[in-house]
Design a protein around this ligand. Sequence first.
Ligand code: HEM
Length: 317
Amino acid sequence: MSEKNIDTDLTELISKLKSKYEENSQDFKAYLEGLLYQDFTSYWDYIQVDTLLSLQKPKTKLKDESIFIMYHQITELYFKLCLHEFEQLAELKGKLKADFFAMRVKRINAYFRNLTNSFEIMVDGMEKEQFLKFRMSLLPASGFQSAQYRMIEICSANFLRLVDKDHRGKFSEQSNIEEMFEFIYWKAGATEIETGKKTLTLTQFEAKYAPALIKLANDCRDCNLWALYKGLPEAEKQNVELITQLKKLDQNVNVNWPLIHYKSAVRYLQKHPSDVAATGGTNWQKYLPPRFQVRVFFPELWNAEELSEWGKSAFLD
Ligand code: HEM
């Protein structure tokens, strides 16, 4: 590019900038002067590295507790990446094209695949002896209380799909969310084995998040992934890639991740003669394996045989 061209480009740029600032009644020259003193952006400020690395606060001196904290934090960030995609898709309600829809669900699948593939950090990456000690200082906190995990479910499926399968028959897709929320599947998993009462893990969780989750479910009624899919024109609904990605999401969230997560519970909490009680006090052997609850976001996309085998083994990618 010649010097003359650069000057023309520069003049054009300055004129565009001037208009931008003037449109907002701002003194363009004053902003230009500000640039003289403004520092250059650094990686550490932009990524907030110091803040990020200051967020690990173990409750014990056991070294492996930091691994446990960091991997949960990594997971929550991945969940946030997923929700970022769900939000953008919901905003496009009524204007979505199947190709774009598929591309964005594919991103969510990539995040979940990474989570499943990296979960061995939890399964094999900590000393069992250390885990069994530091977990005692974390009671009654549990990953069960991850609100983002629940938000992913709410943003994916019709809320009826999240109602405990033994109570689902009482409701329809149009039923009141608050009423269905009383029978949400995860409550059944968070009752004390001994007394049948709600665990503290659950009561704490509900006190903090129930109103926000109910609001999200109401907001998502017409823009969860299934509603968005059903709202597509007939021809777009046949898009093979979109159907593939929706099915993969069902596999990833409801089978593959739960299976590898369950493996970690078995590795650390299963011991003879009796099992180690879960942090949340739940009957985790009955609750965590995906074959028992048969959580499926999009049953219409699966055949009867696939549904009858649901959760028995991981889906291969
Ligand atoms: C050594 C590692 C882990 C063990 C032994 C473990 C164990 C458990 C157990 C026993 C439960 C049942 C609820 C309870 O009683 O606490 C549970 C639930 C849960 N955990 Fe973990 N967990 C581990 C790692 C993680 C990680 C890294 C995450 C990531 C956020 C996580 C997220 C969850 C979620 C979302 C649930 C609820 C699952 C559901 O409702 O189906 N867990 N975990």
